[in-house]
Write a protein that binds this ligand. Structure first.
Ligand code: MRU
Length: 351
């Protein structure tokens, strides 16, 4: 299916599979430093996901798949089956919200269970992880096509985005940021407004970095400026990614996405969610069922050890929120778009 290889250069990449090891660009250090980490086996990959060395739903799933491949490579000849299963369980504990993680682990488990020897498992699991990686890149390119059909822009326009959904968050190119790249390639993009995305600053540290590297016109704004930007009539669409999409079309994505959807509806700005079908979880009826990760309060209280708030002040730090389907104009995947999503539209594409 995929006509791209996993390490095909699309400019920025988040991870590099070297055939027998996995290297991850440490996203905690960007944009100050480009530092690559060699993940130490499946446990090392799980730790890198938990610590956000690698983040973004598709990139988490791809990394976990390579983690399973590493588990087979490092397994002893004795109870290698138990070792790989243990690694899968450990990877599944790394972060709770992005369903791409569990989707990738299920896929790896399916391949693993058909293997009859450790040598076969080592080969097949590495090949499957590369397929998952390549398919994600191909899906991103296909999503950009579908998204432009939905937007049908007649002339260059500006859009607003949240968090980072680019090459750093995926197998390459990006989901929402892939759509933005495609608009730019087609000369249909005036400017991207990038929310800084408190508290982890994926927008300022990662999205602004990716876009400036590729000479795509970007204006960074504080999250609280989104309403004023929409009120000024400057943006036609808000384009975001997703961590989990449920059967009724509700969407979990980076905290603050729901705010944007409410604002977009008020200001008659289009609201589009762009994600691969590996982000769709038809087993969950609605967004209420999605486990929402809460991270440590230090992410809000301080930045790189510098206090931004009184020490020990109580913090509420959910890192995702749920946007109800009723506020979404289109969910775009590589399989096509669901406009005005609801259970019927979702089932038609993902049953
Ligand atoms: O906490 P993060 O940085 O992993 O959250 C990332 C997001 O919420 C993205 O919008 C989502 O994963 C889609 S990435 C293509």
């Amino acid at each position: 299916m995929a006509k791209h290889t996993a390490n095909r250069s699309m400019g920025t990449v988040a991870l590099r599979w070297q055939g027998d090891s996995l290297e991850l660009l440490d996203q905690r250090l960007l944009p100050a430093e480009e530092h690559w980490i060699k993940a130490e086996g499946a446990s090392g990959v799980a730790q890198c996901i938990t610590d956000m060395v690698v983040r973004g739903a598709p990139a988490i799933g791809i990394s976990a798949a390579y983690g399973v491949a590493l588990a087979a490579r490092h397994a002893g000849a004795g109870d290698w089956r138990a070792e790989v299963h243990k690694a899968i369980d450990e990877l599944a504990q790394s972060r709770p919200t992005a369903v791409n993680l569990f989707w990738a682990l299920e896929r790896m488990k399916g391949v693993f269970e058909r293997c009859e020897s450790l040598a076969e498992a080592t080969r097949q699991l590495a090949a499957e992880a590369v397929h998952i990686h390549e398919e994600d890149l191909a899906a991103n390119l296909a999503m950009a096509d579908h998204a432009l059909e939905v937007m049908a822009p007649e002339k260059a326009m500006s859009v607003l985005t949240h968090c980072n959904t680019g090459a750093l968050a995926t197998g390459g190119y990006g989901t929402a940021l892939g759509v933005i790249r495609r608009l730019h390639e087609e000369k249909l993009l005036s400017r991207v407004y990038a929310d800084e995305t408190r508290p982890w600053l994926q927008g300022s540290r990662l999205t602004a970095w990716e876009l400036t590297r590729d000479n795509i016109p970007v204006t960074l704004n504080a999250d609280g400026a989104a309403a004023a930007i929409m009120a000024s009539g400057k943006v036609k669409w808000v384009v975001v990614g997703a961590d989990r999409i449920t059967a009724n079309g509700d969407v979990a994505n980076k905290i603050g996405t729901y705010n944007l959807a409410v604002l977009a509806r008020h200001h008659k700005v289009g609201f589009m969610v762009v994600a691969p079908s590996s982000t769709v979880d038809m087993a969950l009826a609605s967004g209420e069922d999605i486990p929402i990760e809460e991270r440590d309060g230090t992410e809000v209280r301080e930045i790189r050890g510098i206090p931004l708030a009184p020490a020990g002040v109580e913090v509420f730090n959910p890192v995702f929120d749920v946007t109800p389907a009723s506020l979404i104009d289109a969910i775009v995947t590589e399989k096509g778009a669901v406009r005005n999503p609801n259970i019927t539209g979702m089932r038609a594409l993902f049953a």
